[in-house]
Ligand binder design. Structure first.
Ligand code: UDP
Length: 380
């Protein structure tokens, strides 16, 4: 069976890497990889780290791209790849424009499609942000749906979709596990990571920040920056913020924060460095989906700068709190976690609701028709 995996952004690459590795080692499967380059440089960092050689590297990104422009370049670039590979199945991931367009491109050619990280829903279609629609469009056209959690399976089941659904856990936990194991067994690597962040002080607690969502462009990022400026005045804080390359993020963040002591604005770092930063963090402040999923495995509290999430499991488990982008609310939530160690907890002792590191194994089992032992947070 020939399987073509298509992905284009950093988080997709991180989450597909364990699966691409597993597929490459599975007898009877020929695996091909096509990267669309929706986030070119950040994607390459992940491919290098996981030693993945893409068979097809498309170059669809332009500066200031519109979603329609990106979609049309993707359709035009993907069709010849489908023609050349003639896959028996296409694998897509998540909720990006790459996922939505590659699903539709494969569907038009009647190629069966499997969706990894299927079934996430905010339930809110009134917003103009593309992610929710991208996932719905992708899910509707797949015959195999790999839901990370039982509640994402329920979302799919309630939509009466045609695809068969398996609860697999999220492959991001596989990627995280591979990476933390690599860090923990390699003393020289840990020393290098420590040296890389030698500016971090032992007497200050690290607030790790990331942000990239369209819904926060403009007023949202202005408020976030105001909150970080205020928080940077705490004597016990140091802030590290790998700033996303999107100009809608870079410009306001660099203008507002680059002059502040205790605020380290850095380029996006590769996954190994980022996992190390998460391990060092006291609190993580983010609008990222992947970071919300990873942090429970590391026992770190996450404040999410959004008003809705398609990942309710972590909110229910107490590892994630939604704080929106109101300046005073962000400042208040961070201060609380810094001032009172007992303000956060339980979750570090609980099992991660997003996975156990075996998602890729389950997905490969489903793809090859083997019995799938589904992920459940209840069973050991
Ligand atoms: N990440 C990374 N380097 C960074 C910041 C984040 O490798 O400088 C990782 C992070 O661990 C997570 C993923 O990138 O796995 C999240 O990507 P992003 O926040 O861009 O997208 P989302 O998860 O919201 O789709």
């Amino acid at each position: 069976m020939k399987i073509l995996s298509v992905f284009g952004t950093r988080p997709e690459a991180i989450k597909m890497a364990p699966l691409v590795k597993s597929l490459a080692g599975t007898p009877g499967i020929t695996s091909a990889v096509c990267v669309t380059g929706q986030h070119r440089s950040m994607l390459q960092q992940v491919l290098d780290l996981f030693e993945i050689n893409a068979d097809y590297k498309l170059d669809v990104m332009t500066s200031d791209q519109t979603l329609n422009g990106l979609s049309s370049r993707l359709f035009a670039a993907l069709d010849p790849v489908l023609d050349a590979v003639k896959p028996d199945r296409v694998l897509v991931h998540g909720d990006t424009t790459t996922a939505m367009v590659s699903t539709l491109a494969a569907f038009h050619r009647r190629i069966p499609i499997a969706h990894v990280e299927a079934g996430l829903r905010t339930g809110d279609l009134s917003q103009p942000w593309p992610e929710e629609m991208n996932r719905r469009v992708a899910d509707a056209m797949c015959d195999l749906l790999f839901a990370p959690t039982a509640s994402s399976k329920m979302n799919l089941a309630s939509e009466n979709l045609a695809g068969r659904i398996f609860v697999t856990g999220n492959t991001v936990i596989d990627a995280l596990r591979l990476t933390t194991e690599r860090i923990s067994r390699d003393d020289p690597l840990r020393h290098r990571l420590d040296q890389h962040f030698s500016y971090l002080r032992k007497d200050r607690k690290l607030l790790l920040v990331t942000g990239h969502r369209r819904e926060n462009f403009g007023a949202g990022f202005a408020n976030i920056c105001a909150a970080l400026a205020e928080l940077s005045r705490r004597p016990d804080i140091q802030i590290v913020y790998p700033v996303h390359l999107n100009p809608n993020v870079q410009e306001p963040v660099l203008a507002a924060l680059s002059h502040l002591p205790n605020v380290h604005l850095i380029e996006p770092v590769d996954y190994l460095l980022f996992v190390w930063l998460m391990q060092c963090a006291h609190v993580i402040l983010t609008d990222s989906g992947g970071v919300q999923e990873e942090a429970p495995s590391l026992g770190k509290p996450v404040l999410v700068m959004r008003n809705v999430t398609e990942r309710p499991e972590a909110v229910a488990a107490g590892t994630v709190q939604l704080v929106g982008t109101d300046t005073a609310r962000i400042v208040g939530a961070v201060n609380r976690l810094y001032d009172d160690d007992s303000a956060w907890y339980e979750s570090g002792h609980r099992r991660n609701p997003y996975g156990d590191g075996l998602a890729a194994q389950r997905i490969v089992a489903a793809l090859t028709g083997a019995i799938v032992d589904e992920f459940s947070v209840e069973t050991p």
